[in-house]
Design a protein around this ligand. Structure first.
Ligand code: GSH
Length: 246
């Protein structure tokens, strides 16, 4: 069966899907799209323009949670869902909460700086594109900048403030949650840890080839990341990547 992940480079929701595929040793290919120009192709494929989208033969599965659920059914071992029904429900609830609120908030906080760093932003997402596509992407960025800012919630300063506060409180609550066992739910790695670590990863810069940022990082972004660097949850994110992200 041919399995193809339609993805953006780096993107944290996409890394949820990549992580699940790698964790379960699922052989697959990846097709990277440039944010913006991706729209017609992904819409045609999945009905909405959001990535990630997993194609399994003719079957289309859209969204990171749906992809993980599909993989859990097809490849139950190693499991990402806790065996205990109560813990499983808790892990899935945490995933839903992070997908709905924390993932978008992390993105807003980071994009609030990235939209002012066109060359860096384009280099991140187009790193695997051909040279002519990279040049074209960078050249058209000023036209797309407004849409990118709006799409990532950075045009409304109050929203940026709300997202910053949510990220801060999430970092504290994750730290409290993992204090006993090192994991979000129960005492082993689950979809809850994968989700929390992947969706906070843009603030942690884990050293995995799929997520390690191009260097050097612009000063404005480095300054933002420095605010988070010493939070113990950021160290926990790095640890989850090191221990469980193959
Ligand atoms: N809830 C979705 C969120 C996916 C999402 O926000 N994807 C972003 C990239 S991080 C995207 O594709 N944005 C472009 C668009 O919506 O057209 C999931 O879990 O997969």
């Amino acid at each position: 069966m041919n399995i193809l992940l339609h993805q953006f480079e780096f993107s944290h929701f996409n890394d949820k899907a990549r992580w699940a595929l790698n964790f379960k040793n699922v052989e697959h290919e990846r097709r990277s799209y440039l944010p913006g120009p991706h729209m017609p192709a992904i819409k045609k494929l999945a009905g909405s323009s959001q990535t990630p989208v997993l194609q399994i033969g003719d079957e289309i599965v859209a969204g990171s949670a749906g992809i993980i659920d599909r993989l859990e059914t097809a490849y139950p071992d190693p499991a990402l869902y806790p065996a205990d029904p109560e813990l499983r429900a808790e892990a899935l609830e945490l995933q839903a909460e992070f997908d709905k609120h924390v993932g978008p908030a992390t993105r807003t906080v980071l994009f609030n700086e990235l939209v002012n760093e066109g060359s860096y932003l384009c280099a991140m997402f187009a790193r695997k594109a051909s040279r002519p596509r990279q040049i074209l992407y960078r050249a058209t960025f000023p036209l797309a900048r407004g849409l990118i800012a709006k799409g990532n919630g950075t045009t409304d300063p109050e929203n940026v403030q709300r997202c910053t506060a949510l990220v801060d409180s999430t970092l504290d609550s994750v730290y409290q949650r993992v204090a006993n066992t090192g994991y979000m739910v129960g005492d082993c790695f689950s979809v809850a840890d994968l989700t929390a670590a992947a969706l906070l990863a843009p603030l942690a810069n884990p050293q995995h080839p799929d997520m390690a940022r191009p260097q050097p990082v612009p000063e404005s972004v480095a300054k933002l990341l420095a605010n988070y660097q010493n939070h113990p949850t950021i160290a926990w994110v790095g640890e989850m990547y090191e221990r469980h992200r193959s």
